[in-house]
Design a protein around this ligand. Structure first.
Ligand code: BF8
Length: 655
């Protein structure tokens, strides 16, 4: 029997076919059952914001032209888009808040233990194993404190950690009109000025401080307020607030997540690791950590090395405990420890279909509730851990940072005890896996290039490298898995564009060998880029981490903008989310654009029903923030458009 081709990844394709043979429903059947998808929804012209509705606008120009309240298609489309941005910003930022709270909790516990007379020096340095979370990168903590203008002289690590966490938390809830402290500390002045002036340029001078976000939570709340019935109706002001909300994510919530995770768990350095379903091991207890927050996955990785649990695993017939990652939390532990990553978004069900997974440990975001249904066909246990994400049918072992070690051990023990329930005859692990170099934090990149970005900048000026593209974002079953990710990557590298990337794009790239330096020898890499990466011993594409780590791309762009004394929008840099899916991806795309990076989307977002909105997003934004969206589903055409944009920027810079 011939099955549909759902992926270019042979492991996904094999497991998909296996699921078909076993009668297990997957994401692709569920998408099929949704066909035809609602045309109003696809165009964004359906409004459910009040109970006079739902209303929908005739996309062909006839009646109804307005909703019951009188909102037209553009108002409805803009409002719906703003709600998507707000939800995406909320998800990233709530994650960031969680990290800041974890740092604060750890600092306060150190203070308490010290008062109780426990080892003083260790606790002042926050290096004590009695703490659930320690400070692993003291240098980075100091660097962040200095950026924020916190006096570092004579202070203990514990005191600094507390102060930095407090500034971060204040950025979530402060009530003044000032821009975020983190944004002020990280953003170059030229781009800052663009944010300040953006609303005035758009003809809306009453936006105090333009699109500079004031508080992370406030902009999200205001998004909901503005889109309530009878409030904001002008697509321009609605979208300007969308830019502002997304910037609260970029230079606030996500940035705080990345920076403070580095403080707590270590800043990634270049390391070799492996990716794809072939990293699951036949004779081992396999635990998949899936979701987004390393506050959990770091602890699972640690608990899996516990001698007692290893002994238990052996007693139950396993050779050991194999922790592997899935989605962004997988990237977090991949980047910091080289823990193998089993796959990206569309592989979560496929991992279970191998029959070799004892437990899938989940926290928040991008975890399909269907994992529980697929797990029922095997012995796999889905363990949900976040108090804010409960999966019906899963085992609930809720995480508490104060008791992190104890709970992580309980989770790992649950997985180990499930090993004897595995049916060996039902195990089929695809063999394919691929190695690659990961861990390219901004700090690691700077270290590699001798402390500055000059070598990259010079190569760009010389034309060896034409520019840089940030490739990010999800899988979407509307596209053959990874197809657009890889095609766009190759088409850009062929044109001598250096790639940096995060999220499910990064996992895709790793699976096809793009993170190996030898990939530069393939015909998919142009001669200039090949020469440059060979000279420096790096792969032609750099894995910068999870989706919150898109802020690493921003910080990198910011450094170059500072060196050249221009706003980010002047740089020969583009972004792309070739297989975008989530609301978070909408927020990322928006903050890339708002920050001055023209960004391509490979999936048409639900905006086509609003012609004014489309014009603002794809044209007018160039005059407002110096960048705009490119929407193009064809990966070849998309790569060409991105390249053209880079060449235009080069010309403007006179290089
Ligand atoms: O934050 S790339 S599918 S896993 S949203 Fe989700 Fe998209 Fe993957 Fe991580 Ni990002």
């Amino acid at each position: 029997k011939k099955y549909k081709e759902v992926s270019i990844d042979p492991t996904t394709q094999k497991m998909y076919e296996r699921a078909q043979e076993m009668g297990i429903e997957t994401v692709w059947e569920r998408l099929e059952k949704q066909q035809p998808q609602c045309g109003y929804g696809l165009l964004g012209v359906c409004c459910r914001n009040c109970m006079m509705g739902p209303c929908r606008i005739n996309p062909f120009g006839g009646e109804p032209r307005r909703g019951v309240c009188g909102a037209d298609a553009d108002t409805i489309v803009a409002r719906n888009l703003l709600r998507m941005i707000a939800a995406g910003a909320a998800a990233h930022s709530d994650h960031g808040r969680h990290v800041a709270l974890t740092l604060l909790i750890a600092a306060e516990m150190a203070e308490k233990f010290k008062k109780e007379g426990k080892p003083v020096l260790e606790l002042d340095n926050m290096a004590s194993s009695t703490l659930p979370y320690q400070v692993r990168d003291v240098e980075k903590l100091k660097a962040i404190a200095e950026r924020l203008g916190i006096e570092t002289e004579g202070k203990t690590v514990r005191e600094l950690a507390k102060e930095v966490a407090e500034v971060a938390l204040n950025d979530f809830g402060k009530q003044d009109e000032e821009a975020l402290a983190f944004l002020k500390a990280y953003l170059n002045p030229k781009t800052y000025e663009m944010f300040e002036k953006a609303a005035e340029k758009a003809g809306m001078p009453w936006f105090e401080n333009g699109i500079l976000p004031r508080s992370i939570d406030r902009e999200i709340v205001e998004s909901l307020h503005r889109t309530h019935i009878g409030t904001d109706h002008d697509p321009v002001s609605i979208l300007l607030h969308g830019l502002k909300t997304s910037l609260g994510d970029a230079w606030g919530g996500s940035l705080i997540a990345t920076e403070l995770q580095d403080v707590l768990f270590g800043t990634p350095q270049v390391i070799k690791a492996e990716a794809n379903l072939g990293v699951l091991k036949e004779d081992y207890v396999n635990i998949v950590v899936h979701g987004h927050e390393p506050v959990l996955s770091e602890k699972i990785v640690e608990a899996a090395q516990d001698p007692e649990l290893l002994e238990l695993a052996e007693k139950l017939g396993a050779k050991g405990i194999n922790v592997v990652g899935m989605c962004c939390t997988g990237l977090e532990v991949l980047m910091r420890h080289g823990i193998p990553i089993a796959g990206n978004f569309l592989q979560q069900e496929m991992a279970i279909v191998t029959g070799a997974v004892e437990a899938m440990v989940v926290d928040v975001q991008c975890i399909m509730p269907a994992t529980v249904d697929v797990a029922r066909c095997f012995h796999t246990k889905i363990i949900d851990t976040s108090p804010l994400a409960t999966f019906p049918g899963a085992i609930h072992i809720k995480f508490d940072e104060r008791r992190a070690d104890e709970i992580a051990k309980e989770i790992v023990k649950t997985a180990v005890e499930n090993f004897p329930n595995r049916s060996k005859v039902r195990v089929e692990i695809p063999k394919e896996k691929m190695a690659g170099y990961v861990g390219f934090s901004v700090e690691a990149i700077l270290k590699h290039f001798g402390g500055s970005l000059k070598p990259i900048e010079e190569a760009i000026v010389e034309g060896k490298i034409k520019g840089v593209a940030g490739l990010v974002g999800c899988n979407n079953p509307k596209i053959k898995q990874d197809h657009n990710h890889i095609k766009i990557a190759n088409e850009l590298m062929k044109r001598d564009v250096l790639l940096v990337g995060t999220g499910c794009w990064a996992t895709a790239a790793m699976k096809y060998g793009i993170f190996l330096p030898e990939y530069a020898d393939t015909e998919n890499v142009g001669p200039g880029l090949r020469e440059f990466v060979k000279e420096w011993g790096i792969p032609p594409a750099l894995n910068m981490g999870s989706c919150v780590d898109c802020t690493r791309i921003l910080v990198l762009a910011d450094l170059v903008a500072r060196d050249l004394n221009v706003p980010i929008s002047a740089l020969p840099v583009v972004g792309s989310a070739p297989e975008a899916m989530t609301e978070k991806a909408v927020s990322i795309g928006t903050y890339f654009v708002a920050s001055g990076i023209t960004t391509h989307l490979g999936i048409v977002p639900p905006v086509l029903g609003g012609p004014k909105v489309v014009k603002i997003l794809t044209q007018d934004l160039y005059d407002i923030v110096g960048a705009a969206f490119i929407v193009e589903p064809d990966p070849y055409k998309a790569a060409k458009l991105m390249y053209d944009h880079i060449m235009k920027k080069r010309k403007e810079l006179g290089i």
